[in-house]
Write a protein that binds this ligand. Structure first.
Ligand code: NAD
Length: 447
């Protein structure tokens, strides 16, 4: 399908909300404008109304299939026992096994995990990888735990949820507060206690390369942001060469997105992380900044840029704003300051609905995380394929396949934007729901 370029066109309007409210009523869901899960399902079902997804599928997708909560004791280094709370939410597995990260954070809550699981269902579907959506977490502060405590927390959590996961059923991955080492402990524990399961180490992705991890996983999400921008930017008369950007968060996603944006000929004018903001109107040397962050833990004190306030960071005029820190950081107050043409969501759910309304009023287009940050789970899928087939892909093959999935996903979204005359976020949900709807139609509802 070909699409018509519609830069900031007046014909792109916010979709009317409300048709699907009867679905939410039937499920007894309260109206709470501050609840992230309700906000997210509302946006998904708004898209479902527009593309005509049958009501019974709207009902199914409005709730996760399984919400697992466990409490488990762990021996701490000081000899005391602490009780931890863990979650695994399995949103939908019509397209394939549940897939999604495992987060260690003091604020992990059921509603947030449900939201992220729902978004994973959508994300995998937009880029057409054969996985459903899941997410998990443990309520803890990983920075306050020793390495041995983290290992014991991870192993005990795995033993608690082992009967409900598996390499063909539910495949966790790293997220905020977890990494390759967590996945190594996870896979080892699962393999030890599941002797009959073939490919037991494929129960998680994001493993160290020595344990079957994929090359190219570290830069995958940042690279996916750039691949999506490469398709969407021309819609707005932009190309990388000469384009400017700001990056919020300079960790894995923001660091790689920033470096690759600069590599393609663009300039990063401002960066902000938990240590502060920096600005250089001539462009920040992102490789040098990366080295500074690796050494000091944050962007503050970088000699190649000036220190700036939060106000100056958000109001810097750029073509592209890349949020790559935490959820819900683009509040209405910050959205009012922002001066950009495109927001490329590298983080999950970084834009509050109220912030989004303000950006849309300003004519800013938002490339949603379900497309923009799908690069990580795409390369996680490649890792799973490599584990299942006992093979190793080259970096070139990973990069090319990632580019193919991201580019095709971005074109699907771009085409839906033109076809339905909706914002990019709604177009992305429609692209995801088309696939899920087609799969349900073929599978039917058991019995
Ligand atoms: P990370 O821990 O490597 O980096 C997080 C960054 O956010 C750091 O630079 C940190 O300083 C910054 N930050 C934290 N609090 C902040 C604050 N209050 N103000 C400004 N900056 C702040 O994490 P990451 O892996 O880069 O993930 C970033 C986001 O992207 C998360 O929302 C994550 O769920 C999402 N995501 C990550 C991946 C992946 O492959 N890593 C994939 C998809 C989505």
């Amino acid at each position: 399908m070909t699409s018509v370029a519609q830069p900031h066109s007046a014909s792109i309007t916010a979709p009317t909300r409300g048709h699907h409210q009867t679905v939410l009523d039937e499920l007894g869901m309260p109206r709470d404008p501050n609840n992230l899960y309700l906000q997210t399902i509302d946006a998904v079902l708004t898209a479902a109304d527009i593309m005509g997804l049958p009501r019974h599928l709207q009902l199914i997708l409005a709730q996760p299939k399984n919400e697992i909560m466990v409490h488990f004791p762990v021996l701490m280094d000081d000899g005391n026992y602490r009780l931890f709370k863990g979650y695994r939410v399995q949103h939908n597995n019509a397209v394939g096994p549940y897939k999604g990260g495992l987060r260690y954070h003091p604020h992990v809550s059921l509603d947030d995990v449900k939201t992220l699981a729902l978004l994973m269902t959508m994300k995998c579907s937009v880029v057409r990888i054969p996985f459903g959506g899941g997410k998990g977490g443990i309520k803890c502060d990983p920075r306050a735990l020793s390495n041995n405590e983290l290992m014991r927390v991870t192993r005990r959590f795995v033993s608690a949820i082992a009967p409900q996961i598996g390499p063909d059923y539910d495949i966790p991955a790293p997220d905020v507060g977890t990494g390759a080492q967590t996945m190594a402990w996870f896979a080892d524990t699962y393999a030890q206690i599941s002797p009959g399961v073939p490919d037991a180490m494929a129960v998680v992705t994001g493993k160290p390369v020595e344990l079957g991890g994929s090359v190219g996983r570290d830069k995958a999400t940042g690279q996916g942001v750039i691949d999506a921008l490469a398709v969407i930017m021309p819609e707005f008369g932009l190309q990388f060469k000469g384009a400017t950007a700001s990056v919020l968060g300079f960790g894995n996603v923001g660091g790689w997105a920033g470096k690759l944006f600069e590599e393609r000929g663009g300039k990063i004018l401002a960066v902000m992380d938990h240590t502060g903001g920096i600005i250089n109107k001539n462009g920040i040397d992102t490789k040098a900044l990366d080295a500074h962050v690796a050494k000091t833990g944050g962007v503050a004190g970088f000699s190649g840029a000036e220190k700036c306030s939060e106000h100056d960071f958000y109001s810097t005029k750029v073509d592209v704003f890349i949020p790559a820190a935490l959820e819900q950081m683009i509040t209405p107050e910050r959205a009012r300051l922002m001066n950009c043409k495109i927001v490329a969501e590298g983080a999950n759910a970084p834009t509050t609905p109220a912030g989004e309304n303000i950006l849309m009023e300003k004519g800013v287009e938002i490339i949603p995380a379900i497309l923009c940050s799908a690069g990580g789970v795409t390369v996680s899928y490649f890792e799973w394929v490599q584990n299942k087939t006992q093979s190793r892909w080259s970096l070139d093959k990973v990069d090319n396949e990632l580019n193919r999935h991201m580019t095709e996903g971005a074109h699907r979204v771009k085409d839906n934007r033109a076809k339905y005359k909706v914002p990019v976020r709604t177009a992305a949900y429609i692209a995801a729901l088309e696939n899920i709807g087609a799969v349900y139609k073929l599978r039917g509802i058991f019995p």
